[in-house]
Design a protein around this ligand. Structure first.
Ligand SMILES: Nc1nc2c(ncn2[C@@H]2O[C@H](COP(=O)(O)OP(=O)(O)OP(=O)(O)O)[C@@H](O)[C@H]2O)c(=O)[nH]1
Ligand SMILES: [Mg+2]
Length: 332
């Protein structure tokens, strides 16, 4: 494929402004293109999107949890409720196992009912397996593209551990979906991830008392972490059945409550700032390595440059710092 010039970028930008789905796909392809010659165009596109006001206030929600807990089913149920009241929904599913599938596989797995594709719901799956690092910055870039067009953006990831930490930095609200049954709670504690989610959901409540028991256990375990200070967010533990469409409204209400809290407390801005720093550091380190990053003072210097008041987006800064690294390296 040839290198997209400025013309291609501005064409994509125009398409995105018109909410054109082909432009959304093209933009996602471009920002996920690992080839060096595409990188500048991708960053320019992302920078232009960051500068451009959106007609809506974007909201990003991460859905994470053990394999098979019902994340996709729950997302499907949530999307059904939401889709008539919001300006578009974008979904990124970080799939640990499947080969890149252009969303077809995900579409099947999500069992998105009735004309999802025509009703402002956009799905994109990203295969995690064929990447050596660079998952978080690719996800973040994709989320930035989707947020420019869709009001709600969901990111589904599987697993307990690293991927939660990464996704937690990308979203405004992180939802953890648990399976009913013994053992899970202990597993969360061991992995030390109980601190990250803003909302806990025990799904498959239709399986009976075991779901309720898991909920109590989880609640008790969260209580052990120490009570929140006044004004701090206390993550609720909800029960849902994606299958029977139970508890979905309560989940949406809890998301809305967290979103409000995050905005008012400043947590949302803090998270977004962290996300910007992580994006910049990860994407520079992947391109130039630790040695390259050290030429401009390392991760800390990047964070400082991003913290300084500026008109530029993190994406523009990555371009600028990249040029600085290159000239430092060629001077040697
Ligand atoms: N009984 C019951 N089964 C459910 C419910 N939600 C999902 N399932 C079933 O659980 C299985 C896994 O559901 P998914 O939605 O694919 O789960 P997931 O967490 O997205 O799975 P991965 O993406 O593979 O990690 C499927 O067989 C679903 O039909 C529920 O509320 N009740
Ligand atoms: Mg799934």
């Amino acid at each position: 494929m040839s290198q997209p010039g400025r013309g291609a970028v501005s064409q994509i930008l125009e398409g995105l402004a018109a909410g054109d789905r082909t432009a959304v796909s093209e933009a996602l392809n471009l920002v996920d293109d690992r080839r060096p010659e595409q990188r500048e165009a991708a960053l320019e596109l992302l920078d232009a999107l960051a500068q451009r006001p959106t007609p809506h206030t974007p909201y990003r929600v991460g859905i994470t949890g053990a394999p098979g807990a019902g994340k996709s089913s729950l997302l499907n149920a949530v999307v059904e409720r939401l889709r008539d009241s919001v300006t578009g929904i974008g979904i990124i599913a970080v799939d640990p196992s499947s080969q890149r599938s252009g969303g077809a596989l995900l579409g099947d797995r999500m069992r998105l009912s009735g004309g999802a594709r025509e009703s402002g719901v956009f799905l994109r799956s990203m295969a995690a397996r064929d990447r050596l690092g660079g998952l978080a910055d690719a996800t973040q870039a994709s989320a930035a593209v989707l947020s420019s067009v869709f009001e709600w953006v969901f990111i589904e990831t599987v697993g307990i551990g690293q991927s939660e930490c990464e996704v937690a930095q990308l979203v405004d609200t992180l939802v953890f979906v648990a399976q009913p049954g013994a053992g899970d709670t202990l597993q969360f504690m061991k992995a030390g991830i109980l601190e990250l989610p803003d909302l806990f959901v025990v799904n498959k409540s239709d399986t009976g008392p075991v779901a309720e028991r898991t909920r109590s256990e989880l609640q008790a375990t969260l209580g052990l972490l120490g009570s929140a200070d006044e004004g701090e967010w206390q993550p609720p533990v909800l029960l849902t059945s994606a299958r029977d469409r139970q508890g979905i409204d309560a989940l949406l209400e809890a998301m809305a409550a967290h979103q409000k809290h995050a905005r008012q407390s400043g947590q949302l801005e803090d998270r977004r700032q962290n996300g910007r720093v992580n994006f910049a550091v990860e994407s520079l380190a992947r391109r130039y390595g630790e040695y390259g990053l050290a030429q401009i003072g390392g991760a800390q210097a990047v964070a400082q440059r991003l913290a300084a008041p500026s008109e530029r987006s993190a994406f523009a800064l990555v371009l600028e710092l990249g040029r600085e690294i290159e000239s430092a390296l060629t001077r040697r």
